[in-house]
Design a protein around this ligand. Structure first.
Ligand SMILES: *Cc1c(COP(=O)(O)O)cnc(C)c1O
Length: 387
């Protein structure tokens, strides 16, 4: 071989005694085949096999298998973001004429997807109030094919009675899915409760360092996995192995991070609740409407909770936010840095509630020293209360 050829042909090296604790980052668009026959029949390969980089490399298979194990499922698919994971579930289930029923507390861009993407394709959607349990029956229509839950609800943290909703859905042959990003499969295992699709934004705790976006969906049925993979293939959804390797690294510390953040967040939520005239939204508080369900179904709390501000504090909020030293102002969550994000939910809610119009602060507790976080928050709430 001449130099140009030597330059592009990598020599094979022995790997026998190379045994590492790390998952190799294997990149590929092209997959090559041993012979013409293997190439000609590549379309018959199993979904876990390899035929084109689009459908994953061994790096991705490791993440899929690890998430499957944590979720107690059968198969997992990995997609470029949490929002993509939700879209893939909906598109794998719904046909024109079908209806999807969504918790009104679901991640708000889900509504946008239904309104702007599904509705023009002839699919319909409506919402139900969280915490409704078997009352879901009244919201189901003859066209309903999918019920989409999120528990706790985005920003306002209501817990859903997942087993009750699943029982109603199953009795009518309706599929169910849940956004399990808050709990991660460490604190709640949806498939064990009969949910068909367990979705996570890996962007949050699994990634854990505010530097990647990714999503996953885990199922307990091969036909559901096939439906998800069909949609991903049609849309050309590919997730880069380099990003996947960051999630694999994040997963190794996720249990420790979630436990720590959950403990510190719970302490801070209780303190703020006791000390200031605010409404703290977190299922860990005994007076929270979802507390009993959370105790029944979850094994703990993660590091995200919210605080509803009294109306007359709102004018001082910007100054107080600008004075924060440890907390950063920003959305997304689940990373090492503590974040605070002012939100309003008015536009997404159909059930009237006084807090819909108010400013709700969403706090994500990271890994800083709890005393530094405590001091920052007391200075912040002190400034708001002083007015
Ligand atoms: C962040 C988030 C998503 C979306 O994840 P992206 O990766 O940012 O698209 C979905 N659901 C919940 C509950 C989230 O917090």
């Amino acid at each position: 071989m001449r130099d140009f050829t030597l330059s592009v042909h990598h020599p094979a090296v022995a790997e026998e005694e190379f045994s590492s604790l790390c998952v190799a980052t294997q990149r590929a668009s092209t997959i090559v085949f041993d012979n013409a026959q293997a190439y000609a029949t590549r379309g018959q390969r199993e979904l876990d096999s390899y035929s084109y980089g689009m459908h994953g490399t061994p790096t991705q298979r490791v993440l899929e298998a690890q998430l499957t194990a944590l979720e107690g499922g059968l198969k997992t698919v990995v997609v470029p973001s949490g929002q993509a994971a939700i879209a893939v579930v909906f598109l794998s289930v719904l046909k024109p004429g079908d209806h999807v029923l969504i918790a009104e507390t679901a991640y708000p861009p889900v509504n946008g997807f239904c309104q702007n993407f599904l509705a023009p394709l002839g699919m319909t959607w409506s919402t139900y109030p969280p915490g409704i349990g078997s009352g879901i029956d009244e919201y189901i229509t003859p066209e309903t094919r999918l019920i989409w839950m999120e528990s706790p609800g985005s920003t306002t943290m209501e817990i859903e009675d997942v087993p009750a909703i699943v029982a109603c859905a199953r009795a009518r042959g309706i599929l169910t899915g849940i956004d399990n990003t808050w709990a991660t499969p460490l604190l709640f295992k949806p498939l064990a409760h009969g949910v068909d699709f367990s979705m996570q934004a890996l962007t949050k705790y699994p990634g854990g360092h505010s530097d990647i976006l990714m999503g996953s969906v885990t199922v307990a049925r091969l036909d559901l996995r096939k439906g998800l993979r069909d949609v991903m293939r049609m849309l050309g959804f590919h997730t880069a192995p380099d990003a996947i390797s960051l999630v694999l690294r994040g997963l190794e510390t996720m249990a420790v991070r979630v436990e720590h953040s959950g403990r510190v967040a719970s302490d801070l939520a209780r303190e703020i609740d006791a000390k200031y005239p605010v409404e703290v939204l977190s299922p860990i508080l005994p007076e929270s409407p979802g507390h009993a369900l959370w105790q029944r179904d979850f094994t703990g709390a993660s590091g995200l909770f919210s605080v509803v501000l009294p109306k007359d504090w709102e004018g001082r909020l910007d100054d107080a936010l600008n004075g924060l030293r440890i907390f950063a102002i920003g959305a997304s969550w689940g990373g090492t840095r503590s974040l605070i994000a002012p939100m309003t939910v008015t536009g997404h809610r159909t059930t009237p509630h006084p807090r819909n119009e108010r400013i709700i602060l969403r706090l994500s507790i990271g890994l800083e020293d709890p005393e530094d976080l405590r001091a920052d928050l007391h200075a912040f709430f002190g400034l708001l209360a002083a007015g």
